[in-house]
Design a protein around this ligand. Sequence first.
Ligand SMILES: [Ca+2]
Ligand SMILES: [Ca+2]
Ligand SMILES: [Ca+2]
Length: 242
Amino acid sequence: MTRKLAAAVISAMLLSACVQSSCLAETRVVLDGRFGDWDGKAGLEDPPGDAHGDACDLVGFSWDQDPDGAGLYFMAQRSAGAGAGSARYQVLIDTDDDGRFDGPRDGRVEVEYAPASDGVVRVQVYRGVLQTATYSGPWGEDSAEGGLRCEWHVQFSSLGVEAGQIVRFEVFSARDTSPATPVADLEDLAARRLADRFPDEGDIQLAPIPTAPAWWVAVPLLLCCFAAAFAAARRRGRPGTR
Ligand SMILES: [Ca+2]
Ligand SMILES: [Ca+2]
Ligand SMILES: [Ca+2]
């Protein structure tokens, strides 16, 4: 094996190792009511003290995509002044990226969080007016832990979202004692008995959902390296090429 071919093989092996190690190093979010797995994930702070006459003042919201592109994880954090009372969150999802959140194909995720009930989180997913999923689990801090943070997951299949789609979302908070609110008239939080909005203006747009696992990237790169090295070795072996 020539030195250049050996160098190409070693480079390819190093590339593969880098891709594999980066995949292994990525922390996956786990629905367990613990929040260390959210370190380094996408998210933004929300100003404290801007909620509308309600204890459910959002101070942070984070999100993360499933590694296999099957859905999204969310994590909401409210201010310490909120106490440990129950809360309600509403995530509106613009699934067709038309800037509206109340279309017949748009999604709505209703989340009820009860710290006093062992931090249980109940999730209801709607597509338009159709409820497509409901589930629950102990995915929030309980009262003894402060009752401020909770996490949940939404499958894209329950929203009608397919791989590669751009989606937007925005979040509202309220006491869980508030009645269900219509999606229309989004800006009038007080009339809808909602407390806070995230983000304060606009929405969060997510990049197309990646579906290819890392080895889909690594294998073609490795094949290209080997092909280039093999071609170089053949050129050097031909008479008159040196
Ligand atoms: Ca977790
Ligand atoms: Ca806030
Ligand atoms: Ca829409």
